[in-house]
Design a protein around this ligand. Structure first.
Ligand code: NAG
Ligand code: NAG
Ligand code: NAG
Length: 486
């Protein structure tokens, strides 16, 4: 186009319209996506297809998984949802030591899904927080060799440009009191430098998990309002920059650490971020809603951080989609309550994900067991019930009963009923499982009190899993050996 034509065209309304459209498109392209983590360490699993419908109903376009469960990957086929699949840390050693293993992994778990009308796997997360301090280095030396093997295998499968390898890191990979002084932990420096160089040459982002909740939970001096996005009386001043929330402060500590090793421009994705709703004093519905909504608005507002003004994280994946009642409670009882939805896909609070719906939509066709519950028989003397409770709660989830939990104040009898019911639902309402030496009784009246919900199980669990699980319970009961998960 010549200069003259250009100015003519520029004057035409059509050109202006085109320009506006172009601008709109480019704005949309640069906008961060709000995805979710879909973990499956659940006691009551919905059918994967029900979960995928839930994602679609809520216009969630990106999902992060922790493994490559065939049922889950199959359920995402044709959904148009972009997927980050996961390689468990335990597999890194094998993948690092053998290209045969990595070829097989890519063939069995990735490339057969990435076909027309298949599952749109865009990322493979090699390991999950493999550098976590508490792992004491047991995985860290496998990460880069595993990446190199997997990359070769992807190339062989003609997927090297399409599926990108990434490594979600916990924010404990770097440290500093003020963001501008951010640096990776000295013992990780070499490995992280190799990792980041690999990511950079493949056009992959750095993935980090950031948890202001854990900062608050782990440190009674942590200013509460700094964990949220509503302004703070404890702003952190760092030279010319002022930080009003822990999320930005943490993110810029990473930016500074990346800058220190020569990759200050590396794109960043937040692999996990969220707030639990139960199981600890600071974990409740209000706090979770305020945090997550503040986060979403902050990120979609494209403000960025002081070190990256106007550049928000590429994408963020909320932790988590669903509650996972079978997770270890080692980190705390809150660990089973991170979902924006309960285990059965019911929205816990009002949340606008910024994708068109003003509120979360509940899962449809969940497939509940019948509406009945197991409670303590009010006519019985319950003095000898302690052992039954222990047994029930060692396999079922009773975390909400503890201090700070939503069922902490339902009284001694309420506690017993809650434990009985949780066990009974886990046993798919098998009549014998409500016996408890004659102390349990089935009721058709919902015993839930206030925010304390007595659950009804779902039928989504595949029967083979359940048979194996029942057998395991039976073995435990008959051998008189009990493992206490709590
Ligand atoms: C495929 O993934 C599953 C689950 O993540 C894993 O157990 C299995 O070993 C993988 N297959 C190969 C060939 O690596
Ligand atoms: C909910 O949690 C927040 C902090 O996370 C706390 O300030 C508030 O008191 C809690 N609310 C209730 C009702 O416990
Ligand atoms: C119910 O159980 C919880 C957790 O064990 C305990 O903290 C609480 O005190 C119990 N309530 C009563 C009234 O015994």
């Amino acid at each position: 186009m010549s200069k003259a034509e250009m100015s003519d065209a520029a004057a035409s309304p059509l050109f202006c319209l085109n320009l506006i459209l172009l601008l709109l498109v480019s704005l949309q392209v640069s906008e961060s996506a709000i995805g979710v983590n879909w973990g499956t360490v659940s006691l009551h699993k919905m059918k994967p297809s029900t979960v995928v419908d839930l994602l679609k109903e809520n216009k969630i376009q990106k999902v992060k998984l922790f493994d490559t469960d065939p049922d889950v990957l199959a359920s995402l086929m044709g959904s148009g949802i972009q997927v980050m699949a996961g390689v468990p840390n335990e597999m890194l050693a094998a993948l690092a030591s053998s290209t045969l293993a990595s070829d097989l992994f890519i063939r069995q778990n990735i490339s057969r899904y990435v076909v027309k009308g298949g599952t749109d796997i865009r990322y493979i997360a090699a390991g999950n927080e493999p550098f976590l301090s508490s792992y004491a280095g047991q995985f860290q030396n496998y990460v880069v060799p595993a990446l190199l093997n997997l990359q070769q295998s992807l190339a062989k499968a003609n997927l090297a440009g399409y599926v990108k390898l990434v490594v979600p890191c916990n924010a404990d990979a770097y440290e500093s009191n003020i963001p501008s002084q951010g640096a990776f932990r000295p013992e990780l420096l070499q490995i992280i430098t190799q990792l980041v160089s690999f990511l950079n040459s493949n056009g992959s982002p750095f993935i980090v998990n950031i948890y202001p909740f854990l900062s608050l939970y782990g440190n009674s001096d942590f200013p509460q309002d700094y964990a949220f996005f509503e302004g703070t009386t404890h702003a952190v001043t760092d030279g010319p920059n002022v930080y009003y929330n822990a999320f930005d402060g943490n993110l810029d500590t990473l930016v500074a650490a990346l800058n220190r090793i020569g990759y200050g421009q590396m794109p960043i994705v937040i692999g996990e971020v969220g707030w639990p709703t139960d199981g600890a004093v600071g974990a409740n519905l209000t706090a979770a809603r305020v945090f997550n909504q503040g986060l979403i608005n902050h990120v979609l507002g494209n403000k960025g951080t002081p070190l990256r003004p106007g550049v928000p994280p590429m994408d963020i994946y909320l932790f988590s989609l669903l509650d996972e009642g079978a997770k270890s409670v080692l980190p705390g009882n809150f660990e089973r309550h991170w979902g924006i939805f309960s285990f059965d896909g019911q929205a816990k609070y009002a949340l606008n994900l910024g994708s068109g719906n003003k509120l979360l939509k509940n899962a449809n066709n969940v497939g509940y067991l019948p509406s009945r519950w197991c409670v303590a028989d009010p006519a019985k003397d319950l003095s000898g019930v302690a052992n039954h409770m222990k047994i029930a709660c060692s396999v079922a989830d009773c975390t909400t009963l503890n201090y700070g939990g939503s069922c902490n104040e339902i009284g001694a009898k309420g506690n017993i009923s809650y434990a009985f019911n949780s066990f009974y639902q886990l046993q798919m309402q098998n009549a014998q499982s409500c016996d408890f030496d004659g102390l349990g009784i089935v009721t058709f009246q919902d015993p839930s009190v206030g925010e304390c919900r007595f659950l009804v199980g779902v039928t989504g669990t595949s029967s083979s899993d359940f048979v194996a699980y029942q057998r395991w319970i039976t073995i435990l009961i008959s051998s008189g050996v009990w493992l206490f998960a709590m």
